[in-house]
Design a protein. Structure first.
Length: 457
């Protein structure tokens, strides 16, 4: 007989309407009778790897159909007569819609079957990409890419929910450090795929091919991924430890949270989460000021070529991967004090931005070193802030919490996109980066309030 303490919210029975059937299909998978200890010991590591692998591939696929516009926007603009203002409007609308989508759809992800929710998002974003490639009208393109940004909000929520259910508190930093590499891989692959497709088949193929790849990944997720451990006859992660042992002397009670509990108890009344959200606002400004304006700065102020400007971003992203892995591992080693690790990581950014201002022109190797330092120390805190949104809430509210802080982050990116360019245009790059340093200091101060915070048990 199933243990009632371990059952997820059961699927409703006897629903007749189409709406009820759709709702039932998205409910978290019900628990099934638990396997024997021997079967648990054998199956748990396999399922954990499958969950990590499936969410890693799926999230990389989301980036294939999100970062594919920027590399081909010049070709799109030339073909359809779009100027930079029009193209910028498309990109900005998508960024804003993405932040809203992560918050709104994260609430649904916390109350849904993670596999099915993730799969649906891939199918929808692929469909929007197909429609974008078929369209030749600016208002339609503006609407479709905004819709794509909103639908993209279905990606991270179910991934966070799955990883929080399958990996324990003591290993979150390391696991999320590796998992976050998926967006670096997906984002980098998106540029290559989109550019090569446009080169040989025209700009519409930059949306058709990634869309098709997203559908292939959706099929893979369907066959490879599972919902919660209880849905496949395994104990919750709080009981399981490596080797199939049980960390608790009794079975762990677990239930799905109501929408009211998630919003009021775990979000609006959560002081640490509000502090974290505000810190994320400033951290995004620091990180994306280099991504969005770094190549332009090097070309205008340091005499870099178009290719060298592109290489600077590759250096920054590559170093960011190592930063996420190192800081995720370190945060686990210090007992989950990720606020402390994140705050300390902000300090080298101050010296990095100062160095960019002071290094003379035509010393690009020094600029590349600085870009690597900035990437290493800026991506780590962003990743850890996502992990802290889980630490400070519940694994039943992780998608909502992640969407909440992401909304603040993308608000920061929208401010950065407008403000840094405006300041640099009128007062020079030095003042622009000095303002970024001010944002880094604000992020550091806010993160200090989370210095001694540890994950909730």
């Amino acid at each position: 007989m199933p243990n009632p303490l371990l059952e997820d919210e059961p699927i409703a029975q006897g629903s007749n309407s189409m709406f009820d059937r759709v709702v039932d299909w998205f409910r978290p998978a019900a628990a099934i009778p638990r396997k024997s200890p021997e079967e648990i010991a054998k199956a748990y590591p396999i399922f954990r790897w499958r969950i990590f692998e499936a969410t890693f591939i799926a999230y990389a696929a989301y980036y294939l159909v999100r970062n594919n516009l920027s590399p081909v926007q010049i070709d799109l603009g030339q073909a359809l007569g779009y100027d930079k203002t029009m193209l910028g409007s498309i990109l900005a609308s998508s960024a804003g819609a993405y932040g809203i989508g992560k918050l709104v759809l994260g609430q649904f992800a916390d109350h849904a079957n993670a596999k099915r929710f993730l799969l649906l998002g891939l199918v929808l974003t692929a469909a929007v990409n197909f429609a974008f490639g078929l369209s030749r009208d600016f208002p339609v393109h503006l609407f479709l890419w905004s819709l794509n940004g909103f639908v993209q909000g279905m990606g991270s929520g179910p991934c966070l929910r799955s990883l929080a259910h399958w990996y324990s508190i003591r290993e979150r930093g390391t696991v999320f450090g590796f998992w976050n590499v998926s967006h670096n891989i997906g984002g980098g692959a998106a540029g290559i795929v989109a550019a090569e497709c446009t080169k040989y088949f025209g700009w519409p193929s930059a949306f058709y091919v990634p869309g098709a790849l997203a559908l292939v990944c959706a099929v893979y997720v369907f066959f490879r991924m599972s919902d919660t451990p209880q849905s496949v006859g395994l104990p919750p992660i709080e009981e399981y430890t490596e080797g199939g042992a049980f960390s608790l002397g009794q079975q762990f009670s677990e239930r799905e949270l109501s929408i009211r509990e998630v919003i009021f108890d775990y979000l609006l009344r959560n002081r640490l989460l509000w502090i974290l959200a505000c810190a994320t606002f400033f951290a995004y400004i620091a990180n994306y000021s280099i991504i969005d304006w770094g190549p332009t700065f090097l070309r205008e102020a340091k005499g870099a070529s178009l290719t060298e400007g592109g290489v600077s971003i590759a250096v920054n992203e590559g170093a960011g991967i190592f930063g996420m892995l190192a800081m995720g591992w370190l945060s686990d080693r210090v007992g989950g004090r990720r606020g402390m690790v994140s705050a300390l990581s902000m300090l080298p950014l101050i010296f990095g931005f100062l160095a960019l201002i002071m290094v003379p022109a035509h010393e690009l190797w020094l600029d590349f070193v600085i870009f690597a330092v900035l990437g290493f120390f800026s991506y780590g805190p962003l990743m850890l802030m996502g992990v802290m949104s889980i630490d400070f809430t519940s694994k039943k509210a992780v998608a909502t919490a992640g969407g909440f802080i992401a909304l603040f982050g993308y608000m920061g990116r929208m401010v950065e996109g407008q403000a840094i360019g405006w300041i640099a245009q009128r007062y020079g790059w030095a003042l622009g980066f000095e303002c970024v340093i001010g944002c880094v200091l604000m992020g550091f101060i806010l993160l200090c309030f989370t210095w001694n915070s540890r994950p909730r048990g």
